[in-house]
Design a protein around this ligand. Structure first.
Ligand code: BES
Ligand code: MN
Ligand code: ZN
Length: 506
């Protein structure tokens, strides 16, 4: 028997407790029928009857088989049946059958969703201790850990602002299977899911609490042995010449914080991760319509991903070097705000004509990219809720990806398919340079509506130069309007699983 972890509320800083619901995970090789638990989850394929669990079925005098032939449960994907077990016959008080669909059509994502579905169902019934039989999924040449990933991701709740929300939930998950096969993969999946839920908490937190200062304090809380955190104040950023980034913060009373994290876990040049960290985007003087503006607290989702990735990478001790940069600011239309037509100077000396103060993300990112280049990174990856056009193009099904490093983009594409944080590449044709030509400055910050997903990225490309660089636009995917089996409404934490799995592979 192996205990993996037990934590409920994690204090990252004194002022900002982050609640990411977590439970104790125990891995053990005892038999299902001997496991004392509120509910035992048995995944099943369509059209195969109770065969994989013959021993359990016969202990229950054929109950599972009877349910499956009654058509109440056929094993269709995400189909559920909850069975009461007779007193004292077997350990589990309930059996939850969860359908995986037809064996031939089964995918990792299908299994992940089934995990989410099963867990949120049991959670809604108030069960405290649940267990999962892994032997059947393992026999199908799939890893049971994706099912567990679905469980951990689906149980996330944003609990910070309502007293009644702070209690309840599944407290213990017992995983039944071969300990030596499950231990390492479950540790990884647990660390990653913790990271996703950490990011979700930061993004769901409203902008009056999740200010640039708050973000910088959370970053400071991640400092430890191999992680150093530096925070550049407004004057420091001025000294560095980050005029574009600073122009975004001019209209707000919240001071900008340019956060730089360094994780030294390996050798060689670092990978630089830059996350857009606009804690609220009103649009500035080019103000947005009020309808839906409340959602613009999620304009720091990229920064949350970077913090989560550094946290998990350092706790898991990935053997790599990372730089994390969060150019945090609030975009408001105060009396000192920058105005359309203003010209600002970036860290690398290029001047930018601000046509639209709502195209603020690229201003902050341009200086962050310029700053990242000082570390001579082997690659820069930026992740940002950059354009409304991203969700126009791809809805909430894929991250838009652009960049100048084909190898890395191919890698991200395949990891995206695996994690189901899918990415889709968009072009960066040289012709887009025309769209951003200014009459009086080196470049302007928007080329208007047409092609605005790609011209935003093209703007960044001008600052990346010949440093290998990939841009991920998560505007369409970082916030879920509709829940999915393991993604509750609100912040999704997208990007955390994608980037952590990328980093683990390189
Ligand atoms: N943060 C927004 C992009 C966004 C919009 C994210 C909706 C999530 C949901 C970004 O700063 C922005 O306002 N972009 C503008 C650019 C335009 C002015 C060229 C846009 O896409 O409308
Ligand atoms: Mn904007
Ligand atoms: Zn924005």
């Amino acid at each position: 028997m192996l205990k993996v972890k037990s934590s409920k509320k994690v204090c990252v800083t004194e002022r900002f407790s982050i609640f990411y619901l977590f439970m104790e995970i125990v891995i053990t090789d005892i038999k299902e029928i001997e496991c004392i638990t509120d509910a035992l989850i048995l995944p099943l394929c369509e059209g195969e009857g109770p065969i994989p669990y013959r021993d359990i079925d016969s202990a229950l005098s054929g109950l599972i088989g009877r349910v499956m032939s009654s058509r109440e449960f056929e094993g269709r994907h995400n189909q559920i049946a909850l069975l009461h077990t007779p007193d004292d016959i077997i350990g589990p008080r309930r059996i939850l059958l969860i359908g995986l669909g037809k064996r031939a059509e089964m995918t990792g994502e299908g299994i992940r969703q089934a995990g989410g579905k099963a867990a949120s169902y049991l959670d809604s019934l108030g069960f405290k201790g649940v267990s999962l039989s892994t032997r059947y999924i393992a026999s199908l040449m799939h890893s049971p850990t994706v099912f567990i990933e679905g469980i951990l991701l689906s149980l996330y709740k944003f609990k910070k602002y309502r007293k009644e929300d702070t209690e309840g939930g599944i407290e213990k998950l017992t995983v039944l299977g071969r300990v030596e096969d499950l231990d390492r993969p479950i540790r990884w999946i647990e660390a990653v899911s913790l990271g996703v839920n950490f990011a979700r908490d930061m993004v769901n937190t409203p902008s009056n609490d999740m200010t640039p200062t708050a973000l910088s304090e959370i970053a400071r809380g991640l400092a430890k042995d191999k992680v150093s955190v530096e925070i550049l104040e407004r004057e420091d950023a001025e000294r560095e010449g980050m005029g574009a980034y600073l122009s975004v913060a001019r209209g707000s009373m919240e001071p900008p914080k340019f956060v730089v994290l360094r994780y030294n876990g390996g050798n060689g040049p670092p990978i630089a991760l830059i996350g857009k960290s606009i804690t609220f985007d009103s649009g500035g003087i080019s103000i947005k319509p009020s309808e839906g503006m409340e959602k613009m607290k999620y304009d720091m989702a990229g920064g949350a991903v970077v913090l989560a990735v550094i946290k998990v990478a350092s706790e898991y001790e990935l053997p790599i070097n990372l730089i994390g940069i969060l150019p945090a600011a609030e975009n408001l239309p105060g009396g000192t705000a920058s105005k359309p037509g203003d010209i600002v100077k970036t860290i690398n000396g290029k001047t930018v004509e601000i046509i639209n103060t709502d195209a603020e993300g690229r201003l902050a990112l341009a200086d962050a990219i310029g700053y990242a280049k000082k570390f001579r990174p082997r690659v820069i990856i930026d992740i940002a809720t950059l354009t409304g056009a991203c969700s126009v193009a791809l809805g909430s099904e894929a991250i838009a990806m652009m960049g100048n490093d084909r190898g890395l983009m191919d890698k991200l594409r395949s990891i995206g398919d695996e994690t189901y944080e899918r990415v889709w590449q968009m072009p960066l044709y040289d012709e887009y340079r025309e769209y951003l030509k200014s009459d009086i400055a080196d470049i302007k910050n928007t080329g208007g509506k047409t092609g605005s997903l790609v011209t935003a990225a093209y703007f960044l490309r001008e600052f990346a130069g010949d440093t290998p660089w990939v841009h991920l636009d998560i505007a369409g995917t970082a916030w879920a309007e509709k829940e999915k089996p393991y993604i509750p409404r609100g912040a999704t934490g997208i990007g955390v699983r994608l980037l952590l799995n990328l980093l683990r592979e390189i």
